[in-house]
Design a protein around this ligand. Structure first.
Ligand code: G1P
Length: 293
């Protein structure tokens, strides 16, 4: 069985939920305190032991490439000023080897993944969506948790958690049956963004997948589905019907940073966890809770 050595980050969406901020700036560059969300995603991939990364980019995404590019002038400046800690951080970002390809038209997540076919070249691969940041603290990164399940099963694994009833219609929802492991289900079926009344469960795909390469042939045949887009969920469904897909309840706190409230929660919680900002920020929030705004 092949190891997972490659990962794909689809980042070609327009980010309409964050307009006007995202008119010229990719939503993946929105910072959680001082680091863009896509850097958290890249770090999760690296911490999972994967070094080959493909970003599927699109319209107005140059800032992402610039962010991961080397910046000799900035490095020189930091060196001269003796800001060695910052220099180290900046160099670490540009040391990562990232490949890029462009999705020409916004035809949906399934079509974005199809753009990775040549790069993946017949291997199993990880996918993390740019909107879904997961905090795992000292636990294993969420993607690594899925890779461990892949190593056990040899099949596609979808990272899932239970979501609130009112959120069901925002996600791909799993119809699964138990395996011996309470956190692992075999997927019988899957439906993209169902109404609550039609949802088979509240177990939702939350932006992390390990996928076997058969998906590409299926995606090539997949017609537009929900919202007129080519949906990854529809291709995974076909694989699930063949009995080849698992859903894993990963550990970690997940933030929907593509949603305004989700984004604000992520910024506040990431700031509170920091040694340099946490204590003063916590104090400020206490004061704020006594003020009528
Ligand atoms: C995509 C997927 C959906 C998944 C979600 C996770 O939807 O199509 O199945 O549950 O990501 O964030 P999107 O949020 O891109 O519309």
């Amino acid at each position: 069985m092949q190891k997972v050595r490659k990962a794909v980050i689809p980042a070609a969406g327009f980010g309409t939920r964050f307009l006007p901020e995202t008119k010229a700036m990719p939503k993946e560059m929105l910072p959680l305190v001082d680091k863009p969300t896509i850097q958290y995603i890249v770090e999760e991939i690296l911490d999972s032991g994967i070094e080959e990364i493909l970003i599927i980019s699109g319209h107005a995404k140059r800032a992402i490439e610039d962010h991961f590019d080397s910046s000799p002038e900035l490095e020189q400046h930091l060196l001269k000023q003796g800001k060695l800690e910052q220099l180290k951080q900046i160099r670490k970002i540009s040391d990562v080897k990232i490949h890029y390809t462009r999705q020409a038209y916004q035809r949906g997540l399934g079509d974005a993944i199809l753009c990775a076919k040549d790069f993946i070249d017949g291997e199993p691969f990880g996918v993390i969506l740019g909107d879904d940041v997961v905090y795992t603290g000292t636990e294993e990164p969420a993607l690594k948790q899925l890779m461990d399940q892949y190593d056990k099963t040899g099949e596609t694994v979808i990272g899932c958690q239970v979501v609130a009833p009112e959120k069901v219609s925002a996600y791909g929802i799993i119809d699964g049956k138990p395996t011996g492991d309470e956190n692992l289900l075999r997927v019988k079926d899957m439906v993209e963004k169902p109404k609550l009344s039609e949802a088979p469960s509240r177990f939702a795909a939350l932006g992390r997948y390990v996928i076997t390469p058969e998906v590409f042939e299926i995606l090539e045949e997949t017609r537009p589905g929900k919202g007129g887009e080519i949906q990854l969920t529809d291709a995974l469904r076909v694989m699930a019907h063949q009995g080849n897909v698992y859903a894993y309840n990963f550990q970690g706190k997940r933030y929907d940073t593509g949603d305004k409230l989700g984004y604000l929660k992520a910024v506040v919680e990431f700031a509170l966890r920091r040694d340099d900002l946490g204590p003063a920020f916590r104090e400020y929030l206490r004061e704020l809770s006594n003020i009528q705004l």
